[in-house]
Design a protein around this ligand. Structure first.
Ligand code: KPL
Length: 296
């Protein structure tokens, strides 16, 4: 397939390299206007064309891997180069931006939403390392997307496992639940994901899971506290040595995805009149951590 990948950060680099290795023609949209860009993953370099509008127009699929808060700014200048038959796949942490994107596309343009649990870390040299494997789930983000189940097979061939899920919103909620526990806690305490498996963190994680179960059920997701907890523990184990993306963002004083993760949980809790004081505390604590870093 001819693929345009927007957002060659950690997850974007992983997919760009794996899709290229699987035989697809990948071109990138990056900051700046360089006509090519070299990505490095696990010691393997891969030079790909970049910022070439003709390649964007000819693409069968656009894969958007930017941070949630960057989606509008990153996409808006390039939307004129999106062919009406091109499939659009959105893959990011958090929830919210797909509603904006769906409104930009015609109803006939397939939109797919994906969520992935791979761990990738960036070394100071700018090289990326694939530090933890996890499942990827993909499914329809609009009516036209329902006909695109084959995309799961294409992605699965490049970086297994990828499964198709008709009800992708449910998977997005589970990923949101995982991120809303792992990311703020590891950012506040400055720890890798695996530390959360220690008993010290059990009481707060229990409370967070209970609040998540309340909000998710109100959103029509059938789940239990135990199921949410199991998913969090599985990801914490699989990415034990990894620092979460929010941990890195706070550490390097970059913007975080807090609004699209904890912010979204709080927004949906408020909409259902559900109290979520522990998520509220994490929200404030991450904000305070960011302020402290800025002033230090
Ligand atoms: O998605 C992640 C992130 O760091 O944002 C997890 C799965 C928690 C891996 O670190």
């Amino acid at each position: 397939m001819r693929i345009t990948l927007i957002g060659a950060g950690a997850i974007g680099t992983l997919w760009a390299v794996k899709l290229t290795q699987a035989g697809h023609s990948v071109n990138l949209v990056t900051r700046g206007n360089a006509s090519e860009r070299t990505l490095s993953l696990d010691g393997t370099s891969c030079t790909l064309p970049a910022n070439q509008t003709a390649l964007m127009q000819q693409s069968d699929l656009w894969l958007i891997c930017t941070k949630a808060y960057d989606i509008q700014t990153a996409l808006l200048p390039y939307l004129p180069y999106l062919h009406r038959d091109t499939l659009v796949v959105l893959m990011h942490n958090g929830m919210g931006p797909h509603q904006w994107l769906a409104a930009q596309l015609s109803e006939r343009q397939p939109l797919l939403l994906a969520t992935t649990s791979h761990g990738v870390c960036r070394h100071r040299t700018g090289d990326y390392q694939h530090t933890g494997c996890g499942p990827t789930t993909i499914g329809p983000g609009n009516q036209a997307g329902h006909a695109c189940t084959f995309v799961a097979e294409v992605f699965d061939h490049a970086l297994p496992t990828v499964t198709w899920k008709g009800n992708i919103v449910q998977s997005l909620w589970f990923k949101l639940a995982i991120n809303s526990v792992i990311n703020p806690l590891t950012a506040i305490h400055g720890i890798p994901n695996g530390e959360l498996l220690k008993l010290d963190y059990d009481p707060i994680i229990r409370e967070l899971c209970q609040e998540l179960a309340n909000v998710m059920r109100a959103e029509g997701i059938h789940t239990t506290v135990t199921e949410i907890r199991q998913q969090i523990d599985t990801v914490a184990k699989a990415t034990a040595n990894n620092y979460s993306s929010m941990n890195r963002d706070v550490f390097y004083q970059r913007p975080t995805e807090l609004e699209y993760i904890t912010g979204y949980v709080l927004q949906r809790a408020a909409a259902h009149h559900i109290s979520a004081p522990h998520h509220q505390q994490l929200y404030q604590a991450v904000k305070q951590g960011q302020r402290n870093k800025e002033s230090s």
